[in-house]
Design a protein around this ligand. Structure first.
Ligand code: FAD
Length: 411
């Protein structure tokens, strides 16, 4: 039977960041990954704060060699209204740019860099059973031939993303309070990009705040285009090979014909009901990171940054634990990650209930306010000196109310 210090389930951003950090501290780490890489994954627009995590885990240099599309901001558009954020103007001191990436390339780059540090990644190995105890953890996994294996370790980090291995096996998932939404997307040719849009992410709101479109340009001249909306709407758009999706993005007014004659790089894919919560992020011998914890919504592109943030922090806690130091998993891990998630929860709610859009599309938005919101959009949701982080649960609704009153008064 194979024995290592730490087994990480999943080789996505959360898993590779966690494994690379622990390897740097001298542990014997193995990743078990169900798929073979490169594999498609959604989640292509990063936030500047994830650069901090990639740097600390020693993965940034590898990603920097790949010529990914530089992202310096984000634009929100609704009909005639438009608001563009630039991370160089943000309130929090931190990274002012990041990348937009095809996840197949990005995740493979992370995986190869992690292997180069000495981490074993066993691809096409699906974890099927886990037994946890005070001293030793046991994982059963199936390889591509269907052979079963057992590996033991001192600690498990579950970074299995949408696979949610431990939440499923240990009954840790809980439903999300958000209504069930879905997304349909493809990559499209985007030849005359420079005339119609910048290279940053564009978010187009429509359908009375209920639906939106993302356009995420890549460095090879293609662009990821997705539509998010109610589950029923997305199911309808996905029928007959995504016929209505194709028609919509070709004709949608606010896209100004940008994709009218573009070829799709692959048939549209769709994903439904992705928002999910978790009852607990840790237990005896294990911790959850990335999408194995809670996933809110794609609107602010926060998923990968939460994956790298929680991958890094979980690895630091495992390091402490394995050194024999006491770890308060609730306060030192779960509460920290939860705080960040809760900040984004307020902004996601504010997007769909219209408060966030009232603020950013206001006739005049104060520069300081914009810069503070910009730091949230850059992923700096643990900077409590920022009032838009500290008072996240009330500040959007209060400010939106004042703006609506002011705008009505001047009509
Ligand atoms: P993953 O990247 O999912 O990696 C988990 C790995 O675990 C996978 O490789 C999987 O094969 C493996 N695995 C699963 N089960 C098992 C098993 N049983 N055994 C072994 N291995 C297993 N985020 C952004 O940052 N920006 C965006 O623009 C963005 N857009 C999104 C759009 C949509 C429509 C959705 C739904 C999400 C979006 N996200 C975005 C979120 C993003 O997809 C995730 O947050 C991110 O991929 C999570 O990373 P991870 O490392 O936790 O998991």
């Amino acid at each position: 039977m194979q024995m290592v210090d730490v087994v990480v389930i999943g080789a996505g951003p959360a898993g590779t960041v966690a494994a690379s950090y622990l390897k740097k501290q001298g542990y014997n780490v193995t990743i078990l990954e169900k798929e073979t890489f490169p594999r498609f994954q959604i989640g292509e627009s990063l936030l500047p704060n994830c650069m901090t995590h990639l740097e600390e885990s020693g993965l940034l240099d590898a990603v920097a060699t790949r010529n990914f599309q530089k992202k310096t901001g984000a634009a929100f558009i609704k009909g005639e209204k438009r608001c563009e954020f630039f991370f160089s103007e943000q309130y929090t001191k931190g990274w002012t740019w990041t990348w937009q990436v095809k996840r197949a390339d990005f995740d493979q780059t992370l995986a190869e860099a992690t292997q180069a540090k000495g981490v074993d990644i066993n691809f096409e190995c699906e974890v099927t059973r886990v037994t946890c105890g005070p001293e030793q953890q046991e994982l059963e996994y199936k390889d591509k031939e269907g052979n079963e294996h057992v590996i033991t370790c001192k600690f498990i980090i579950d970074s299995s993303g949408y696979g949610r291995v431990l939440p499923r096996l240990f009954d840790l998932s809980k439903p999300s309070a958000f209504s069930p939404r879905g997304a349909i997307f493809s990559h499209l040719e985007d030849k005359d990009r420079s005339e119609k849009a910048s290279n940053n992410i564009f978010v187009h709101s429509f359908d009375d705040n209920k639906s939106w479109i993302w356009a995420i340009p890549f460095s090879d001249g293609s662009t990821s285009v997705g539509i998010v909306g109610d589950k029923e709407k997305i199911m309808d758009m996905a029928e007959n090979g995504g016929e209505k999706y194709k028609e919509f993005i070709r004709k949608f007014d606010d896209l100004n014909g940008r994709f009218e004659n573009s070829e799709l790089k692959f048939e549209p894919r769709h994903i439904l009901g992705y928002s999910i919560g978790v009852k607990k992020m840790y237990g005896e011998g294990f911790v959850l990171s990335g999408n194995s914890t809670e996933f809110l919504d794609p609107i602010f592109s926060s998923g990968v940054t939460f994956a790298t943030a929680s991958g890094l922090l979980s690895a630091k806690m495992v390091d402490k634990h394995l050194k024999g130091e006491a770890v308060d998993w609730k306060t030192e891990y779960e509460d920290v990650i939860q705080k960040g998630i809760d900040v984004f929860r307020s902004y996601v709610s504010g997007w769909y209930n219209g408060d966030f859009q009232t603020i950013v599309f206001a006739r005049d938005i104060h520069e300081d306010i914009k810069n503070q919101i910009c730091s949230v959009l850059a992923g700096y949701v643990w900077d409590h000196s920022n009032p838009f982080v500290r008072k996240h649960d009330t500040i959007l609704s209060t400010l939106a109310k004042v703006i609506r009153m002011k705008e009505q008064a001047t009509l």
